[in-house]
Design a protein around this ligand. Sequence first.
Ligand SMILES: Cc1cc2nc3c(=O)[nH]c(=O)nc-3n(C[C@H](O)[C@H](O)[C@H](O)COP(=O)(O)OP(=O)(O)OC[C@H]3O[C@@H](n4cnc5c(N)ncnc54)[C@H](O)[C@@H]3O)c2cc1C
Length: 539
Amino acid sequence: MSSDVDAIVVGAGPNGLVAANVLADAGWSVEVLEAQREPGGAVRSGELTLPGFIHDRFSSFYPLGLASPAMQAMDLEDHGVRWRKAEVPVAHPAADGTVAYVAADVEETAASLESFAPGDGDGWRGLYGLWERMGDELLDALFTPFPPVRAAARLARALGPRGLLEFSRFGVLPVRRLGEEWFSGDGGPRLIAGNALHADFSPEQPGGGVYGWVLVGMAQQLGFPVPEGGSGQLTAALVRRLEGRGGTITCGARVADVLVSRGRAAGVRTDDGRELRAARAVLADVSAPALYLNMLDRRHVPDRVLGAMRRFEFGNSTFKVDWALGGPVPWLAEDTARAGTVHIGDDVDALTRASTQLVLREVPAAPFLVCGQYARTDPTRQPPGKETFWSYTHVPQKVAGDAGPDGLTGRWDEREREALADRIAEQIERVAPGFTGRVLARAITAPADFEAQDENLAGGALNGGTAQLHQQLVFRPIPGLGRSETPVPGLYLASASAHPGGGVHGVCGMNAARAALRERGPARRVTGRVTAAVAGRHF
Ligand SMILES: Cc1cc2nc3c(=O)[nH]c(=O)nc-3n(C[C@H](O)[C@H](O)[C@H](O)COP(=O)(O)OP(=O)(O)OC[C@H]3O[C@@H](n4cnc5c(N)ncnc54)[C@H](O)[C@@H]3O)c2cc1C
């Protein structure tokens, strides 16, 4: 660890790494301190089951990475990322042998939905047409700090007064209602609802519709890309870029406290008692409650913020299984084999049932699954002819009971882990008979395992706080703190707990870095690289 840098970034998740890169681009000296033994946060991959099978240990698909200005500014391709896209970004099969899917071609997507009910192809053309008109403006508005005045004005101009009113209504629709309004068959509704349930929405909650629509819109427009070789390649590119600009990352350095001197953030203290000074700023890629309740002395946190942080909602936990398979998944519906992301849950009612059991703090009897498969998209991730496959589902943070037959209590000991992993495999069997016969090995990640590998994944929650309306936009992380700035000058919240929330887009990090740059000005000294260039020109 060096001393007296311009900025310290706490946490080397994607947001921390983007923040550090933006500061380094401006000529600041930056040190990133990471608690784990390797950087990346929830963007890491490796062999979990058998040699030669590379598993994404957390996040997997990166449409947000392609769409976000923060990631675009990182020039990831120049630093080694090679994107690969599945023919079919996302598919939602059911046990009756049907599959609804988004294909690379809009007309194929429309045909897939038309097969469920006449007219549903037009339903898709209409919904995707709306995305083509509004998607860029909407993402612009989401990807700028609050209040997004200019982006919102552009959105309003594009829509006109009546359109704005209609779009506002669209924005609060539960995903079930959105499906009913745009489709008459089962395919369209379940396709969009499955995407909404990536976050902790149920089909009945306001705002879930637009969340699902944004994801399917991006699936159609950009695909759900993956970095060749595993998600860790994305982290490796961000690290290479940062180090090329003189930034440093120290792993195995957990920050316990943010130091405040004369009312400003002045540095940090690590778990083992070392103190490091930051001349200009401290940026925290940690959860909002961790920052305000654990890392700051109470004297520096207003009572109102302390109270709101105690009410902060992380959202459901996550339970994930990774498999090494001896061959491709034997899907009932053939087109499912072309997909990168697969959702499993027969229809919107099944998703509501699973979500309601979660609300009742029960482990769902028939869990809704988000799955990933790679062999057809990225052959570097498994030996020839084999398949790397994963599936995650949500479970309650505090389990009150089991809606299934196994008496799960949320202890997640060996018996409970194996029982839920078997239940998940049974769900896959329903849409891919013979799946379990292809399993060579499996690895289970239960809620506490997630947190042990990345403390931002508190209790196994994956978005740095619920994505539901009451904790999004101007309410994120809490009402009145909707920007990266904190009540302590020089300290910025850079994690997914800040607006715009979860996902690998780096915008929370970029917003925090820009706020620091706005407040503390441009470079104090130029980096080695820039110095050399200037020297070459003048001498
Ligand atoms: C199972 C799973 C699947 C997901 N799937 C997707 C997906 O497909 N696509 C997508 O876009 N998003 C996905 N996400 C969400 C996405 O990964 C996160 O929203 C994103 O990683 C948040 O980035 P971050 O930098 O804010 O935090 P994180 O990625 O959580 O990184 C935070 C880092 O800070 C470190 N840290 C925390 N506290 C300290 C401390 N006190 N001192 C030092 N270091 C500290 C942690 O160790 C960690 O490395 C998924 C998440 C999970 C868990």
